[in-house]
Design a protein around this ligand. Structure first.
Ligand code: ZN
Length: 166
């Protein structure tokens, strides 16, 4: 995709805005289920996304952005989500972390794809920078996934196995 700068910035700001919203939802959901450790992971991801969004807005300045169709940047839902069952699926911290991870990977791939395809040097520079930020988020979530027990019938009985808040 050969993005012009305004098009690229419009995608980036939309992507980060949605990430911040989804992370806030996930954080609230984990908190409601008394999983403070994973809730705090999502709260810090919310903060990172907002900070990133703010710095993109600074970069946008007075550049006029094209309007995007929502499907171009939305997070994908986990295939298991839908109705009551989907809710149960997502209250498992492990599944919520995997869901966030999948979307961070998509964001990273989006930025890499933009960097590879654009003939605009500034788009390439920004896209590479953003891709490496997303790679850090992916790595952070990888660590948490490794520390989080896989869903089982017993995890609720043993909340102490969850990693401490850092
Ligand atoms: Zn991210």
């Amino acid at each position: 995709m050969d993005f012009a700068l305004p098009e690229f910035l419009a995608h980036a700001v939309a992507l980060e805005q949605e990430a911040a919203e989804r992370y806030l939802e996930l954080a609230d959901m984990m908190e409601a289920h008394r999983n403070d450790a994973v809730s705090s992971v999502f709260r810090s991801m919310t903060r990172f996304s907002k900070m990133h969004c703010d710095s993109i807005k600074l970069r946008i300045g007075s550049i006029e952005l094209p309007k995007l169709k929502s499907w171009e940047y939305r997070w994908s839902s986990p295939p298991e989500v839908g109705g009551e069952e989907g809710f149960d699926y997502m209250i498992e911290p492990y599944n919520a972390l995997k869901y966030a991870h999948a979307n961070e990977v998509r964001a990273m791939q989006f930025y890499r794809w933009a960097a590879e395809g654009s003939s605009d040097a500034e788009v390439r520079r920004l896209a590479l920078e953003f891709a490496s930020e997303e790679a850090e988020h992916v790595a952070a979530l990888d660590k948490w996934i490794a520390l989080t027990p896989r869903p089982s019938t017993t995890w609720q009985d043993d909340p102490d196995t969850l990693p401490p808040v850092v």
